[in-house]
Design a protein around this ligand. Structure first.
Ligand code: PMP
Length: 445
């Protein structure tokens, strides 16, 4: 197995060995470690520009990681960079409200009409965590339903995995999450309306909210089946529970708006699938730390200082993040931008599929506009079980070979490839050539 964990003598390796002495696991987020792809030193990046970043040894990579989503414009986009510099010069934190927050709230509301009111926080985790608190405050109930394989950040309630069976009380997915908390969470399979309706029928008036990624980005890119979100909204509301959309990945990903306003969803109307609360993050920060949540006025008015649900933040709404977010959303309004991402991803999908076929590699590609996921298997992937039932070892070898050839993917078989506005047709062609080499080498395995 020639790619796995072979010493490279690189600066990344030296830095990693030192990082291990000081930073737990050598990384500040476990998803950055190479544990899932055979171990060893992750690549340490030094600088990025457009669709590329360069590691500590000066090697260039075409970047499909896009920092797990936020970097949709590419690295160091001039408009965003200028906004960040301006914010830095004017003072990065005041502990008072600023006009920027008002401007940005208005921008988000006009793109996502279900947001009567919003609150800015510092991460997707915080945004999701708070939507749950607010839903509980509003309904006076404590349980939530979530879907297997959806990731909603690392707060206690959503670090709960499915037990066995179609709809189950959760089991803690992390040490440190008490069983008492896990017992407040019911996990059902994605795209399974019957299981969801059964869970709602069983736990009925104990459910504060159903939390969902309206389009999945965390076990590959997975669309809800036609009618799934509509049935979810109808069934959830029938017993007085709220619908929460986690749009941390999906907002501004497929078009200038959120998944809830994306016409690729095949819903009868936006109103039929509109959530009560929405969590946002990633792209809306233009590459700086941010999160936001919002929704119906009467629900949001439960939040302090208007209401009894407490949520606060020293850094929340800071001028640097908000300025970067405004600049990012301004740049995303360039006519044709999302169609370009769509076209690039379509060429990449076609090229990857043809190369895999040519080498006899079973590969399922899920593509939604400018993002796609690759699954080493010969069946469709529409829920977590199907995403798990794929060849992780083949993926690890593919990942290593691509990295060696200067193509950077996320080091996990579950993560998506994200197109950025900076990628070119040439980048896509180079990526397909690299994939062809990688698939050729995969053959013996
Ligand atoms: N929700 C979703 C759908 C996510 O993908 C993520 C992060 N990958 C989060 C929430 C958590 O966001 P953050 O990492 O900013 O806390």
């Amino acid at each position: 197995k020639p790619y796995l964990n072979k010493p490279t003598g690189s600066r990344s390796e030296a830095l990693y060995n030192e990082a291990l002495q000081h930073i737990v696991g050598g990384v500040n987020s476990p998803s950055r470690s190479f544990k899932a792809v055979g171990g060893g030193a992750p690549v340490f990046m030094k600088r990025g520009k457009g669709a590329y970043f360069w590691d500590e040894d000066g090697k260039r990579y075409i970047d499909y990681l896009a920092a797990y989503g936020p970097i949709i414009l590419g690295h160091a986009h001039p408009h965003v960079t200028a906004a960040i510099c301006r914010a830095a010069e004017n003072g990065t934190l005041f502990g008072t409200p600023t006009e920027l927050e008002v401007v940005f709230a208005r921008m988000l509301k006009s793109a996502i009409p279900s947001l009567d009111k919003v609150r800015f926080v510092n991460s997707g985790t915080e945004a999701v965590m708070t939507t749950i608190r607010v839903a509980r405050a509003f309904t006076g109930r404590s349980k939530i339903i979530k879907f297997a394989g959806c990731y909603h950040g690392h707060s206690d309630l959503v670090l709960v995995a499915a037990g066995s069976g179609p709809s189950t009380l959760g089991i803690p997915d992390s040490a440190g999450v008490p069983k008492s908390i896990a017992s407040e969470v019911i996990t059902v399979p994605y795209n399974d309306s019957e299981a969801l309706e059964a869970a709602l029928a069983h736990w009925g008036d104990e459910i504060a909210a159903v939390m969902i990624e309206p389009i999945v980005g965390n076990f590959g890119m997975v669309m809800p089946k036609p009618g799934f979100l509509e049935r979810l909204c109808t069934a959830t509301r029938r017993n007085g529970s709220l619908v929460i959309y986690d749009e941390v990945i999906t907002a501004f990903r497929f078009h200038y708006g959120a998944a809830q306003t994306f016409d690729g969803l095949e819903a009868p109307s936006y109103a039929a699938i509109e959530p009560d609360l929405t969590a946002l993050g990633k792209i809306i920060g233009g590459g700086l730390p941010i999160g936001a949540y919002g929704g119906r006025k009467e629900i949001m008015d439960k939040v302090a200082p208007l209401g009894p649900a407490y949520q606060a933040g020293t850094m929340a709404g800071n001028p640097a993040s908000i300025s970067a977010g405004i600049a990012c959303l301004e740049a995303l309004q360039e006519p044709g931008l999302y169609d370009r991402l769509d076209r690039l991803a379509a060429s990449l999908e076609a090229g990857l599929a043809a190369a895999a076929r040519a080498h006899g590699i079973a590969l399922t590609i899920n593509r939604i506009r400018g993002s796609l996921s690759t699954h080493f298997c010969n069946h469709p992937v529409s829920d977590y079980e199907e995403a798990q039932d794929t060849d992780g070892e083949l993926f690890a070898h593919f990942f290593r070979s691509m990295l060696e050839q200067g193509i950077c993917l996320a080091p996990s078989k579950y993560e998506a490839w994200f197109m950025t506005a900076a990628h070119t047709e040439q980048d896509i062609a180079d990526t397909i050539t690299a994939a062809d080499h990688a698939f050729a080498k995969l053959k013996p395995y």
